[in-house]
Ligand binder design. Sequence first.
Ligand SMILES: NC(=O)C1=CN([C@@H]2O[C@H](COP(=O)(O)OP(=O)(O)OC[C@H]3O[C@@H](n4cnc5c(N)ncnc54)[C@H](O)[C@@H]3O)[C@@H](O)[C@H]2O)C=CC1
Ligand SMILES: O=C(O)[C@H]1O[C@H](OP(=O)(O)OP(=O)(O)OC[C@H]2O[C@@H](n3ccc(=O)[nH]c3=O)[C@H](O)[C@@H]2O)[C@H](O)[C@@H](O)[C@@H]1O
Length: 477
Amino acid sequence: MNNKQISNICCIGAGYVGGPTMAMIAQKCPHIKVTVVDLNEQRIADWNDADLDKLPIYEPGLADVVAEARNRNLFFSTEVDQAIADAQMIFISVNTPTKTYGVGKGMAADLKYIELCARQIARVAKDDKIIVEKSTLPVRTAEALSTILNSTGNGVEFDILSSPEFLAEGTAINDLQVPDRVLIGGKDTERGKAAMQALVDVYANWVPLENILTTRVWSSELSKLTANAFLAQRVSSINAISALCEKTGADVDEISRAIGADSRIGSKFLKASVGFGGSCFQKDILNLVYLCQHFNLPEVAAYWEQVIKMNDYQKHRFAKNIIDKLFNTVSGKKIAFLGWAFKKDTNDTRESAAIYVADELLQDRAEIHIYDPKVTKEQIIKDICHCEEERRGNLPESETTKELLKRVTIHSTPYAAMENAHAIAILTEWDEFKTYDWQKVYSEMLKPAFVFDGRNIADKEELTTVGFDVYNIGKGK
Ligand SMILES: NC(=O)C1=CN([C@@H]2O[C@H](COP(=O)(O)OP(=O)(O)OC[C@H]3O[C@@H](n4cnc5c(N)ncnc54)[C@H](O)[C@@H]3O)[C@@H](O)[C@H]2O)C=CC1
Ligand SMILES: O=C(O)[C@H]1O[C@H](OP(=O)(O)OP(=O)(O)OC[C@H]2O[C@@H](n3ccc(=O)[nH]c3=O)[C@H](O)[C@@H]2O)[C@H](O)[C@@H](O)[C@@H]1O
């Protein structure tokens, strides 16, 4: 079957990766029927909502792509078995979070959702299929998948490919439309090569062939973890330098510009910040560290673990600086948070630095007033509760989560969040934060009025002239 053209694709998992990736394939390949399935009924209902503002993911440009392809050749459904049975190629794009129990707890990737998919495919499939790992997985997962899929004894054969996704949230549509590269890993056998070619042919509908890389499966799987580790390492490296800048009076943005001009270093991903967030950097590095430990490479494991430790330090440093500058206590003080998402142009809050900064300030009994242009109130409450419960799991506290939430207010306008505040903390680099009437904000705040810019986006000179006491990441006073 492998040499025939693919006309029916199924994707299991309608999340941040499955949804946009399949929408792009459907838009670019009108001859292919693409069905995205998920167990989460609400998520599928949201993907099918006539009101495109209700799509479950906020991603610039996504609504237009969905509007063009949906119900033409793009379908969202909870009929998982049917979609599996009909498809020639099945993408697995389910979540692979860090394990929270048992062996590898807090480090290894939890592959239970992947395994469930494999078992379901094995049970349902009546003809040969190509299985594409889209989720980020530890190296050699394809081997485990193959064992499960090929153990039914019913003669159905599966070819397993690894094609990790490199899109970043907030720029997903552009990343999918013009990817730096598409990576496809497969077996070096006739069947393996034919399966890889079938997937190359799908992407070749819009991606130049020279940007479609084919490798062995293990290299493809490990490339994904490596790419995220290198990216996160750059952020931790520049954040480490930001701490030194604050002590010495050097300016981290000037340093980024200076070192980024060296073509061997490159200018991207050198923006010092309150710390990286997002669902993947931490989880993927922990997974890499676990793999290194598993293969008895403790020095390599320790090397990569430091990237996470530096990120934790950066988040803590930011929160501690707020407490220090507010005369060593924020108890009863109103701190306005601008931004809750882990970066701009997304409603995703997973591992957002804002959550950890809020948690530290709440422990010091601050009153937090939060405004984010895209994150819902329910999500913010959920994040705070989850963080609090996780922390209390290790360290019993006298205060209950309910009491703690009394000191959290979520606003639908930025000015209300900042009114009568002692300090403003900028946690996300949303463009609109640069456009506020700072004179008005200042006149409505308590004095001295502090701004802690965790993203270095505010105009420090303007704010200082207005009267604010401004603290940046990586800029000495
Ligand atoms: N979020 C991102 O920007 C990126 C994520 N990745 C990787 O892609 C994978 C998916 O990530 P996200 O899309 O962010 O996760 P997500 O949590 O947004 O979506 C995963 C979806 O899979 C569904 N699911 C889980 N088990 C299922 C099953 N057995 N049958 C049907 N549906 C099932 C869940 O209900 C959920 O809607 C992860 O491995 C992640 O590391 C890779 C690149 C970028
Ligand atoms: O595997 C994944 O999930 C994805 O992880 C990242 O994408 P994402 O987390 O969506 O967003 P990034 O733009 O990488 O930002 C991650 C975090 O680092 C922070 N960051 C990024 C760049 C920078 O210079 N400084 C900085 O603090 C961001 O604010 C954000 O909190 C990678 O960039 C993607 O290639 C990858 O596919």
